[in-house]
Structures are given as C-alpha cells and as structure tokens.
Design a protein around this ligand. Structure first.
Ligand code: PRP
Length: 209
C-alpha cells in the first residue's frame, strides 16, 4: 500500500480559514484539524496533515518530508524557495507595505528599516536605488519607528488596524500576498494520481460554480 500523501499546513490564523475551504472541497474529517491539542500530525483517511509554523512549510515540502503544503507568498518570496505553485487559494489576502510614522519623513539617504522580511525589504529598496539599513525583528514590528529603532517598517497589512492603532501610515506597496498550494517537484510527478484529483477538488472549492 502507498504511504499516505503528506500535506504541510500552517498553524494559526490561516488554518482557521483553510479548514472551511477543505470542508467545501469534501476532504474527509477536515474539521479535526481545528481540534485544539498538541498532536502535530493528524491522519485524515489517506492524507497525513503536518501542523507547522508557517515559515517551516516550504522547508518540509522542498525536502520531500511533505508532498504538498499551503503557505503565504510572503514566506516563499522571503525564502526564495522554488516550489511548484499549482493553485492560489485566494485566502490570507494581504499586502506587504513600507510604513512610517504619520506626518514624519524618513531620511532620504540610508533609512533604517525594521522588518520580519529582510530579503524582501532589501530588494525593494535596492530596486528604488535607496541604500537602506535593514534590521531584522521577529514581531511587533510597528514598535520600531515609535521607539527610534528604525525610520520605517516593511510589514504585512491585512485590515490596517495595527498600523492605525500605532499611528503609522502606508508609504509604498511592496507586494500582494495570498496563500498558495505548493508541491514538492518529485511528488508532483510521482503522485499525480492522488495530487491531481485533490487539486481539482480544492480548485472547485475556491471558485464554486
Ligand atoms: C501581522 C503583521 C501586522 C498585523 C497586520 O502581525 O505583522 O503586525 O498582523 O494585521 P492588520 O493589518 O489586520 O492589523 P501578527 O499578528 O502576525 O503578529 P506579530 O506582530 O507578532 O508578527
């Protein structure tokens, strides 16, 4: 018997939106993914689901520890991992932006930029010919310009609430983000008999007729 198809999913916010989509797609037992315990893998029939930190999803898929995964384009762009991306799920939509303190202009030369996405931030400013000093932080990025750690931030904006509540405003757009299905290159060919029908069901759930 074939081993189960392994699917790497991000824990947290995206999983809550993903599960109703999986239910619409007819993936048996998908509701079990929201059961709050410390089991880090769940078996749904012939599908084994790994529950991971979002940043780790492409790593598991790249090395073949998972055949498929779901992750944000932000993670893929930042990690520069080249995986098949057969389907945009249209969930987790948000924008990557440059933001700063309302009414306060950063220095034109050598602005300091705090971000969880150092590669994307560096590339963005380099494209504009600005030599930015990029400072890596892991979270609460909005605090950086309020405390003098940085002049600007590069971060994700979804509703805009966090920026507004911290007195920040969008200055530039960097990228539009959504969640995509990613596939290991070997699995995509070798297990197409299982992956193909699964993608068809998910595609139908994303765009109901
Ligand atoms: C993300 C992001 C922003 C916030 C944007 O942070 O880094 O801070 O969400 O969402 P909004 O536009 O809807 O307010 P997250 O919640 O992941 O927490 P973090 O600050 O610990 O990274």
């Amino acid at each position: 018997m074939d081993p189960p198809l392994v699917l790497a999913l991000p824990k947290g916010r995206i999983l809550k939106v993903l599960v109703p989509l999986f239910v619409r797609a007819g993936i048996d037992g998908a509701e079990a993914l929201l059961v709050d315990d410390r089991t880090l893998f769940r078996d749904l029939g012939t599908l084994r689901v790994l529950l991971l930190k979002p940043d780790d999803v492409p790593t598991y898929v790249e090395y073949g520890a998972a055949d498929l995964g779901v992750c944000g384009r932000d993670v893929l762009l930042e990690r520069s991992i080249d995986l098949y991306q057969p389907l945009d799920l249209g969930i987790g939509r948000c924008r990557m932006v440059v933001a700063g303190v309302i009414g306060q202009n950063p220095p034109a030369d050598f602005p300091r930029v705090a971000t969880k996405f150092p590669r994307l931030a560096t590339e963005h400013f380099a494209r504009r010919g600005v030599q930015a000093e990029v400072i890596y932080v892991q979270g609460s990025v909005e605090l950086a310009p309020l405390t003098g750690l940085a002049d600007l931030i590069v971060d994700i904006v979804e509703t805009g609430t966090t920026l507004a509540q911290n007195g920040l405003e969008v200055r530039e757009e960097v990228a539009f983000i959504s969640s995509v299905v990613v596939a290991n290159r070997a699995s995509y060919k070798l297990r197409q008999m299982e992956i193909g029908p699964m993608l068809t069901k998910l595609r139908a759930a994303v765009r109901p007729s």
